[in-house]
Write a protein of this length. Structure first.
Length: 545
C-alpha cells in the first residue's frame, strides 16, 4: 500500500499553522482572481481597442477611470500590509534561528559546552575586590544553566562532570553543594575548601563531603586560616571502615601574613592523614609548610610545586628526605623558596650519601631565588633524564644593580651528572664566572634551546659559545632584558652564530626588550637570520621568517 507523509497542517497540534496556511492560500487565490479580472478590464477599456462607448445607458468611460484611480490607492495600502506581514514572519524566523541554534546540536555537544562554561575564570588582577570573600550565597553555573529550559535541564542532569566542582559557595546546611555532590555521581571531584570563608561552618562542610567521597578520585584545594588545617582536613575526609577518598591532587595555600614554627613532618597528629596523602601525585604548596605526614607518604608524587614557603616551618633535612622518597617525581618547581636562609648553618653540611639521584625527574624550575637556594638545589639533586632546566635569581636584586647569584660551580657539578638528555636551558638574573663558562657549555652538547636574560656576562657567554664550537645542536637562542652597555659587543658573537663558519647556524633567534641594540645590528639580523623575532626594540615588534 502506498503511504503518504503527513503534512504539517494535518497535525491537530498545529491549528495556528493550519489557519495561517489557509489564509495564505486564500490570499493567493484572491490575487490570481484579481489578476484575471484586471486583465479583462484593461482589454475592455483600452482606448486603442474596442472599449465600451458611452451611450447614456451605463457609466461613462470617465467614471470607470475615476473608480480605478480610487481603488489603486487601496491597492497601495494592501501592498504595505502584505509587506509588513511578510517582514514580521521573516523576523520571527530569523529570531528563532538566532536564539536556538544550540538546541539543534546533539546532547553530547551541548554537554561539552556546559562543561567548558563551568570552568571558573581566573581572578582579575586589576580588580581590588577580586580576591575578597563574598558575603552572599552564589549560585553555581551548573544550577543556573539547568534552569534555562527543559532540554538544557535534561542535558545538565545527564552530565555528571558539570556538577563535580564543589566550592561551598552557599551557606550551611549547603543545600546547593549537596545537590551537586548527588548529581556528580561517581565522576572525579574538584573540591575547594576555603577556611577563611567557611569560618565556623567548616565542620558541617567536611561532614557533608564524607558522605559522598568514599573511593572517589579527588582534586583538593585548601586555603588555610589556622595552623594544621591541611592535616585536619585530610584526616576528616577519611571515614573509618570505608574506602578512603583517592586524592590525586592537593593544593595548600597559607596566609602570607603569618608564619609558623617548624613542624616535624614525620610526626603526624593522626594516622588517618597517611592514606589520603599516599595517593597524591600532584602537590602544590603556597606560603605554608608541607603537610605533616610520614615522609614515605610522598613517594607517589609526580609533580611538586613550592611557592613562598620561606620560614614556614619546613626544615631542610626533612625536605631533602621528601625529595629522596619521590622516586616518580617528574616535575619540580620552586618559586621564592628561600627557607635555606633560616637554616644557613646546615647548607654546607655534606650528605655522606651524596646527591639525591631522581631518575624520573624531567623538568626543574627554580624561580625568584637567592644564591643559597639555587646552589642548594643544584648540589642536592641529580637528574640523569632531565630535559628542561630553568633558573631565575632575584629579579629585584638585578634591577637594583646588586650582585646577582653566582651559580657557576654548582651548575657545573650538577650538569656533570644531569645533562645527558637536557634539551632546554633558561638562565635569568644569575651570575656565572668566566672560568665556569667553558665547563658549563661543554656539559650541554645536546641542548636545542637556550634563553639568557638579565645576565651581565651574556656577551662572554655568546663569545665562548661561538668560538669554541660548543652546543652544536643549538637551534633556538633567546636574548632578553640585556642592560645598557652591551650593544657594542653582543652583536659580534650573534653575527657569528647567525652566519657561522664551522658550526650549524641558528634556526631561530629572538631578542626581547633589549632596547640598547644599535638599529644597524637589528637590520642585519633581520636580513640574515633564518627566523628572527625582535620584541621591544624601538617600541615595536618585527619578525622575518
Amino acid at each position: 500500500m502506498k503511504t503518504h507523509s503527513q503534512s504539517p497542517r494535518d497535525n491537530p497540534k498545529n491549528a495556528a499553522l493550519s489557519a495561517w496556511l489557509e489564509s495564505l492560500d486564500n490570499v493567493a487565490r484572491s490575487i490570481r482572481s484579481y489578476a484575471a479580472e484586471a486583465s479583462t478590464l484593461r482589454r475592455e477599456c483600452d482606448l486603442d481597442g474596442n472599449g465600451p462607448k458611452s451611450d447614456g445607458a451605463g457609466a461613462p468611460q470617465v467614471d470607470v477611470f475615476s473608480e480605478v484611480d480610487k481603488r489603486i490607492e487601496e491597492m497601495r495600502d494592501l501592498e504595505v500590509q502584505l509587506f509588513i506581514c511578510r517582514a514580521a514572519m521573516q523576523e520571527f524566523r530569523n529570531r528563532c534561528t538566532a536564539l536556538v541554534p544550540i538546541n539543534r546540536l546533539p546532547p553530547e555537544c551541548i554537554s561539552q559546552i556546559f562543561i567548558m562554561g563551568a570552568n571558573p575564570e581566573p581572578p582579575d588582577k586589576d580588580d581590588p575586590d577580586a580576591y575578597e570573600p563574598h558575603w552572599y550565597p552564589e549560585k553555581p553555573f551548573c544550577l543556573t544553566v539547568s534552569t534555562v529550559c527543559r532540554r538544557w535541564r535534561d542535558v545538565a542532569l545527564h552530565t555528571p562532570r558539570l556538577w563535580s566542582c564543589i566550592e561551598f559557595l552557599d551557606v550551611a546546611p549547603f543545600k546547593y553543594s549537596e545537590l551537586m555532590l548527588e548529581r556528580s555521581r561517581g565522576c572525579p571531584l574538584y573540591i575547594h575548601v576555603d577556611y577563611s570563608a567557611l569560618q565556623a561552618e567548616d565542620t558541617a562542610a567536611l561532614r557533608l563531603l564524607r558522605r559522598y567521597i568514599s573511593n572517589r578520585q579527588i582534586s583538593l584545594s585548601i586555603i588555610l586560616s589556622h595552623e594544621g588545617g591541611a592535616e585536619s582536613t585530610l584526616a576528616e575526609l577519611s571515614v573509618p571502615g570505608e574506602s578512603p577518598p583517592r586524592i590525586t591532587e592537593l593544593v595548600v595555600v597559607g596566609d602570607r601574613q603569618n608564619g609558623w614554627v617548624y613542624k616535624d613532618l614525620n610526626d603526624p597528629e593522626d594516622d588517618r592523614v597517611l592514606m589520603p596523602m599516599s595517593g597524591i601525585r600532584y602537590l602544590y604548596v603556597i606560603a605554608t609548610y608541607l603537610p605533616r605526614c610520614i615522609i614515605s607518604a610522598y613517594a607517589n608524587l609526580v609533580d611538586l610545586r613550592l611557592v613562598d614557603i620561606a620560614g614556614y616551618g619546613t626544615a631542610i633535612f626533612q625536605f631533602k628526605e621528601i625529595l629522596r622518597s619521590c622516586h616518580q617525581l617528574a616535575f619540580l618547581r620552586a618559586s621564592g623558596v628561600d627557607f635555606i636562609s633560616v637554616d644557613r648553618e646546615l647548607v654546607e653540611i655534606v650528605d655522606p650519601r651524596g646527591p639525591i639521584v631522581m631518575r624520573s625527574l624531567r623538568a626543574i624550575e627554580i624561580f625568584d631565588a637567592r644564591d643559597s637556594s639555587i646552589n642548594y638545589f643544584l648540589r642536592t639533586l641529580g637528574a640523569p633524564v632531565l630535559e628542561v632546566l630553568r633558573i631565575q635569581g632575584k629579579i629585584a636584586t638585578y634591577d637594583d644593580n646588586h650582585p646577582t647569584p653566582e651559580i657557576g660551580q654548582s651548575l657545573t657539578s650538577f650538569l656533570a651528572t644531569s645533562s645527558q638528555c637536557l634539551r632546554n636551558v633558561s638562565l635569568d638574573a644569575v651570575e656565572i664566572s668566566q672560568d665556569n663558562l667553558v665547563p658549563i657549555l661543554e656539559h650541554l652538547p645536546h641542548i636545542s634551546s637556550l634563553r639568557l636574560s638579565r645576565m651581565d656576562g651574556t656577551t662572554q657567554f655568546l663569545e665562548i659559545l661561538a668560538s669554541h664550537r660548543l652546543c652544536l645542536e643549538l637551534e633556538q637562542l633567546v636574548i632578553a632584558n640585556i642592560k645598557y652597555g652591551h650593544k657594542s659587543s653582543i652583536s659580534i658573537p650573534l653575527r657569528k652564530l647567525v652566519q657561522p663558519d664551522d658550526r650549524p647556524s641558528l634556526s631561530r633567534l629572538v631578542i626581547r626588550k633589549c632596547k640598547d641594540f644599535d638599529p644597524p645590528d637589528i637590520d642585519w639580523l633581520r636580513a640574515n637570520a633564518l627566523n628572527f623575532t625582535c620584541i621591544g626594540f624601538g617600541g615595536g615588534t618585527g619578525s622575518l621568517n
